[in-house]
Design a protein around this ligand. Structure first.
Ligand SMILES: NC(=O)c1ccc[n+]([C@@H]2O[C@H](COP(=O)([O-])OP(=O)(O)OC[C@H]3O[C@@H](n4cnc5c(N)ncnc54)[C@H](OP(=O)(O)O)[C@@H]3O)[C@@H](O)[C@H]2O)c1
Length: 313
């Protein structure tokens, strides 16, 4: 497709599961004042993509209505500038987020926007390929926000629940870069991948606190639950103070939740720089052509992905 007149976009005409997703031909969107248009080459998936669009009521809470796009993280190349844009030039490589409309040949984003409002773009550093860049925004910001809550340091042993997932792979490595020892929960199938990231694997499920105690008899200083509440519970059993425990996927009384939207300014530039320098790795579990969007989302929904799932456009 030339990209001049028509553009592909993954859309819902009714909210629901992956079976409701369709690849549609749509008019190429045009950049307005203060906006850029990006020719998207890769879009990283996150659980929030299918959670937000699972039914009309949930979608409405995120301000989404039909027909609705899909996916939030993207990377690509600027191919049109709106009036007044000085920050980017045509041909610049960029990555970022645009809430529930990123799996498309073209996405228009506000130069001064946020993921939730107008979309946002960051320059892709040399040395960072587009698939990898498309996997950074939501997961990288969320991991950084979680680290900011529990503040791991060189003398700390940190317990991370769901350490091999999309957010986990960033959280493990950021904690390691901060000098911490990391114990990460996962199934048997995650163990090798966790070791490769610098974490010591431990099985999740009943008896987690005992297994962690055996690995770290000196105690655990901080914990991040990236799946539910089991890691929070285990951390409390291990005597970790509530102020050094956080959760990203559940609300727990007394625990400060972490949210990617609250990541410190400059977080993505820092993470992209670490990846470009080879100091942080982003495992891509699998990539799919856009035509296979339903299969890609099914895989993600299984919740046993190691790293990120990416759509090629
Ligand atoms: N608050 C925020 O801003 C924010 C942002 C992003 C994500 N989230 C939420 O955070 C959660 C994680 O996101 P993600 O992108 O990392 O998801 P993900 O990639 O789907 O996570 C997959 C990982 O979860 C692990 N897992 C599956 N069942 C588990 C269990 N019972 N206990 C512990 N781990 C288990 C899997 O490990 P095995 O394969 O080894 O089983 C797998 O590595 C999602 O619920 C997401 O909606 C919140």
């Amino acid at each position: 497709m030339s990209g001049k007149e028509a553009s592909r976009a993954v859309q819902f005409e009714s909210f629901g599961g992956p079976e409701a997703l369709r690849v549609r031909e749509v008019p190429v969107p045009q950049a307005g004042p203060g906006q850029i248009r990006v020719r998207v080459t890769a879009a990283g998936l996150n659980p929030m993509d299918w959670f937000m669009t699972s039914d009309a009521e949930t979608a409405a809470r995120f301000g989404l209505s039909l027909p609705c796009g899909f996916g939030t993280d993207y990377a690509g190349v600027v191919d049109q500038l709106g009036d007044g844009v000085r920050e980017f030039a045509v041909g610049d490589r960029v990555f970022g987020g645009a809430l529930s409309r990123a799996v498309a040949d073209h996405v228009v984003v506000d130069v001064a926007g946020t993921i939730a409002v107008g979309g946002e773009a960051h320059r892709t550093p040399d040395g960072l390929d587009d698939r990898t860049a498309s996997a950074l925004s939501i997961a990288g910001c969320t991991a950084a926000a979680a680290l900011a809550v529990v503040d791991p340091g060189p003398d700390d042993t940190v317990l991370i629940g769901a350490a091999g997932g999309g957010v986990g792979v960033f959280a493990v490595q950021l904690a390691r870069l901060a000098g911490a020892r990391v114990i990460g929960t996962g199934s048997e199938s995650s163990a090798e991948a966790l070791r490769a990231l610098g974490a010591e694997p431990v099985a999740y499920g009943d008896g987690l606190a005992d297994r962690v105690r055996a690995l770290a008899p000196g105690g655990v200083a901080a914990a991040m639950d990236l799946h539910g509440t089991d890691t929070v519970q285990a951390a409390r059993e291990l005597g970790v103070p509530d102020e050094r425990i956080t959760a990203i996927a559940a609300q727990v009384d007394g625990i400060t939740p972490a949210n990617g939207a609250n990541a410190a300014p400059g977080t993505l530039e820092k993470i992209a720089g670490l990846v470009a320098e080879g100091r942080l790795r982003v495992p891509i579990a699998r990539s799919f052509p856009v035509e296979d969007i339903q299969a890609a989302v099914e895989l993600q929904k299984g919740r046993h992905v190691h790293g990120k799932v990416v759509i090629d456009l």
